[in-house]
Design a protein around this ligand. Sequence first.
Ligand code: AMP
Ligand code: GLY
Length: 438
Amino acid sequence: MKVLVLGGGGREHALIWKLSQNPEVNALYCIPGNGGICEQAICADIPLTDFRAIMQFVRVYEIDFTVVGPEQPLVDGIVDAFQAERLPIFGPMRRAARLEGSKIFAKQLMQKYGIPTAAFGAFDQYADARRYLDALPEGPVVVKADGLAAGKGSLVCPDKASARQALEQLMQDRIFQEAGSRVVIEEFMEGEEASLFVLTDGTDYVTLLPAQDFKRVYDNDQGKNTGGMGSYAPTPFVTPPVYQTVIRTIVEPTLEALQREGIVYRGVLYCGLMLTADGPRVVEFNCRFGDPETQVVLPLLETDLLEMLMAIQRGELRRIKVRNRSGAAVCVVLASGGYPDAYEKGKVIQGLDQVPDDVLIFHAGTQKVGERLVTSGGRVLGVTALEENLEKAVNKVYQAVDKISFEKMHYRRDIARKAIEFLKQQSATASEENESIN
Ligand code: AMP
Ligand code: GLY
């Protein structure tokens, strides 16, 4: 089997790493890949917007199966293009990918089918949006560009004055170009966030372990939103009863809503959740695996990934049983100085050879220059450790991180810290309850 992965980040490196474990796979390809992926896959530099050239590559190299990493090609209809030529590919078609491609579409679907999410207004005129905002009570509010904005299109505003500014930036200054021609203004929700990957063939579905990612650039959730500075799984905040509620009130109603709308959804339905005091609610849907959640969820997955993705593409998911290993995984992202704003590239990465073999290094913004590995992006590496519990995994990951360096490298030191405290509290409460029973 020859398998192609589209994308060049940490998520795609994790996909390649996991796909390579299938004994039938004898060659892996990646477009465009990165400095780490090219150790495991043959990389080609073709723009992900050029579907014709990608399909030509698939024909020339006789690729059997293609897996799409990022959202943009899905939203642009790459799956439709492949299917028209009968080339097997994993991911939702354009109409289904709108769930991520248009926030207004997603919100209206949730509203129509009673799927819990933040109250909202959707606007294509600045004056209407401004009037809606002005009528809201004082307090935090979220302003979102309708279209894709590389994960940066949601502006969480602490008060109405900054929300007005955000609205101007999106709709008038067009800081995200056309993505901001329509906006969603949304109630601010409070709680722990969780990411749940639902894999569906349009009829059946399975879920992977619930994860948490860390979007803000600095410790204690300070600073700007990023693509994600770390992750861990499974998150204890999704307790078994919370999981059941998510399935009953969000996952199944959403899959049913899609069916009723005549949308066949085949791929990953990424549910971004807020666990509020009133129960879990949807922050957003994505039409692909999350980054960097994939870097912790896949290492914990025992089931063969390629079999699962191919079964979905064929509409045969019912044959697949998902098994996960016990324990926990933690991923810490090492970023370039300045990220998520402007940063320099070309810094030499050192110390990877000092990292123990059982720690996984997923490359994101790296590039091979001769024998040297240098930085080439904002998020540079994702370091993932697996252990029997979260605390051990955290200790192991930070010991590994200590070995790695490049000029102006920065990372968060508090990945999974709150979850460990939560677990300790839980076990203290459990032992108190036991004592009172005895
Ligand atoms: P999104 O682009 O919708 O995924 O939003 C990016 C991030 O902004 C989310 O992961 C949350 O941290 C935050 N966010 C988005 N919407 C809300 C909301 N309604 N309330 C609170 N935080 C939000
Ligand atoms: N980790 C967030 C995302 O992939 O959108």
